[in-house]
Structure formats: structure tokens, C-alpha cells
Design a protein around this ligand. Sequence first.
Ligand code: 5AD
Ligand code: SF4
Length: 442
Amino acid sequence: MYESFFIETYGCQMNVADSELISGMLIKEGLKPSDDIENADIIFVNTCAIREHAEDKVHSRLGFYNKLKKDKPEIIIGVLGCMAQNLKDSILQNKTYVDIVLGPDSYRKIIDLIQNRKKEKLRSIDTNLSRYEVYSDILPSRNKGINAWIPIMRGCDKFCTFCIVPFTRGRERSRSLDSILNEVIDAVDSGYKEITLLGQNVNSYKFENIEFHDLLESIAKIKDLKRIRYTSPHPQDMSEEVINVMNDYENICNYVHLPLQSGSNRILERMNRTYSRERFIDLYFSIKEKLKNVGVSTDIIVGFPGESDQDFQDTISLMQEVKFDSAFTFKYSSRPGTKAANYNDNIDEVEKQVRLQKVIDLQKIHSMYNNRKIIGNIESVLIEKESKKSELKWTGRTESNKWVAFDKKYSHVGDIVNVKINQTSGISLQGDIVTSQEMEIA
Ligand code: 5AD
Ligand code: SF4
């Protein structure tokens, strides 16, 4: 009776990888992925709880699923992931049309629950967190594309005071080296040109005596693997060994996402980030010095409880000192259950918005500044897709994670080509493919 499923994914890349894992399990049981939500027998939404805004989006989607279910009461609706973990009671109580609620460590139950549903029409829930679950033995059904997501660890033990992740995804645990290597080899054999190693705290990977830099090195030696990325590392665990391995292997992209959160020591301490402004700046410049042409991006939160004008200025001045290539910027969003949710010196929403805009505007200037600096360079670019602006152009990313558009000129998606950077219009770049003969002449 249940033949097809549709999974909608919100939130981080880890959720994308989890949805691929769930698809893998469902396909193995004979269900078919559908690309039409209105005709699917089972609808899953893989959710994110990191900010209130992320939850709001899912709530509004759930309203739409409810409408679908009114027309077709036999369909199954399942809420998966971090919001399921976080809001199970309110979902069960207020959203009676939701049949299945599964947290991030309970996906193995999915098949049983669908079978039970066939028999008994009961609502099912499992949000137990595990100290061991890493789903190593399950083959994901990957989305098409050039990049394969490879989770290497799950959970987080850092307990930043603003963050819900340690509560929704549980304790940190790493996958075995062998299971990761096998998955990477499988992805390369299936034609993926780039892999991105994933974890909430990717560089605190530890399996037996193997640390993140050992893992990176083993992966870098895999034949025909053209590009390796990883996200997100924590500044505290960004060791010299990691930077050295990045330097030693050409297929590890010169790009680091280094989440700052705040430039004020007082706020960093209150956030429990475990590094100081000075340590972050040192780390930033040592990465810049050791890795040629490296791109560095960051995450910044404005309006954390108690953030004074001076604290905010410290964030601005740090940004000015380092000049990130790009930044994901957020207004602080209180997450019930976290330590910071109990701080009672919240910043006014209007002020948060003003600060956010200042950070966005400054980052635009810095992105432009860094992009201008590489005009004239020849960059290696992995072609990802057709440009939205012109069907005559491709777009792809440099190793340093900058988007470049250029004329197609006998190349294909998945090729790595040399592109001479000619112009920038702010965040993205424009260039021209340089052939190998032209490279020799240059
Ligand atoms: N409010 C705003 N931003 C948050 N992040 C995590 N928790 C919150 C929160 N409560 C941001 C951090 C993190 C990124 C993934 O999301 O910047 O690095
Ligand atoms: Fe959240 Fe901090 Fe863990 Fe990142 S390191 S997932 S921000 S608790």
C-alpha cells in the first residue's frame, strides 16, 4: 500500500546527509523516492532546531502537509531530526496528523514504524539518543551532483551556551576509519569529484588513536579523489597537524570555515567558546601564512544576551583585522533548554537587526576586497552547474570556495579547469577558461 516517499530537508548539510541515509534505508526496503510531494504515500520532513526561524519554516510546511492529509488520510507524515527531538511533546499534542516522530539517533526504526502503521494506525515516536549510533553500515542514496557528503562523526560535546545541538544530537561519537574510507571510495567510484567530511565538530574526530589529521591524510591518499573539504571545525581543535596535512596534499582544498561567533572576550566566555579573541586572530593568521591562497569563512552571532556596544564593536574590529572571505551571520535566537536561554539580559530585536545589518554590510566590503585581490590569478575551478544568468556559462568553485562564472568552452560539469579571474561583482567572480597551451605560454 505504501509505495513512494518524499523527504523534505531543512537545516545543515548534516541533515542533507541524514536524508540521504534515510532514503537509502527506504529504497532498500523497496520504496520509491518521489519528486512530487502531492502524490507520495509517505512524507518525511527532516528538521532543524538551531534557530527559531528554522522551526517556523517547518511549522508552516506542516500546515501544508496537514492539508494534503485531509484529502488523503491514508498518507504517513513523519517529523524527523532535531525538531522532532526538541519538540516531540508539542508535536504529538498539537499536530495530530503527524504519525511518526524520530530523533537523529532513531532512524533505524523507520522501516518498522512504517510496517506497524500499516497494521495498527498507531502514532509512533522514538527520540532516544545513543552514545554509539553512527549508521556506518547503511549505504546512503546520494543526491546527484558533484559533491558527496560523508559524515565522520555525530553529536557535539562543546555545549556552547547558545546552542541546542548537544541536546538534539547528543554526545560526540566518531565513525571507524575503515567505514569512512570505504564510503569515500564508493563515492569516488560512483563518479563524485568532491567529498565533504561532515560533523558538528568535525575536527574533534577521534576513533581509537586516529585523530582528524590522520583521517584527512588517509583520505587524501585515495586514488582519483580530486577534492576534499570538511565542515565545520571548531577553532579550539584546529591543530597545527591539520593545517600541515592540508598543506601537504593538493586534493585537500585550501579553505577553512572557522566559526568566530563573537570578537569580544567577555561574550566568548559567556558563550563557552573556549578560545579568546587573541587566540582566534593568531590561528587565523597562522592558517593564512601556511596555506597559500586559502579562503576563510566564518559564523557570527549578533545580539547574544548582554552584548554591549563595546562587545559588538569588538566583533567589528576583529572582522576588520582579519577580513574574512565570507560570513554566515545570525541574530541570536534563544533556544529553550540551553544555558543562554536563562540569561535575562536579552538584546532588543530592533537593536539586533541594526547590528546584523552592520555586520552584513562590512562583510560585503571584505568579500569584495578579497575577491579583487585575486583578479588576474589562474584558479583551479570544479564545474558544478550552469550559471543562472546565462546558459552559455558554467559556475563552479575555486579551491578557496569562491564561486566563478565563465564561458563553457568545450568543458563539462565535473571537470576541473583553470580559470583566469577577470572581474568581481561582489561575492562572485567572473573569468575565462585557460587551456593547457595558454597555461604553458603564461
Ligand atoms: N542563535 C543564533 N545563531 C545560532 N547558531 C547556533 N545556535 C544559534 C542560536 N541560538 C549559529 C552559530 C553556529 C551556526 C551553525 O549557527 O553561529 O556556528
Ligand atoms: Fe553548537 Fe558549539 Fe557544538 Fe557548534 S560547537 S554544534 S555551536 S555546541
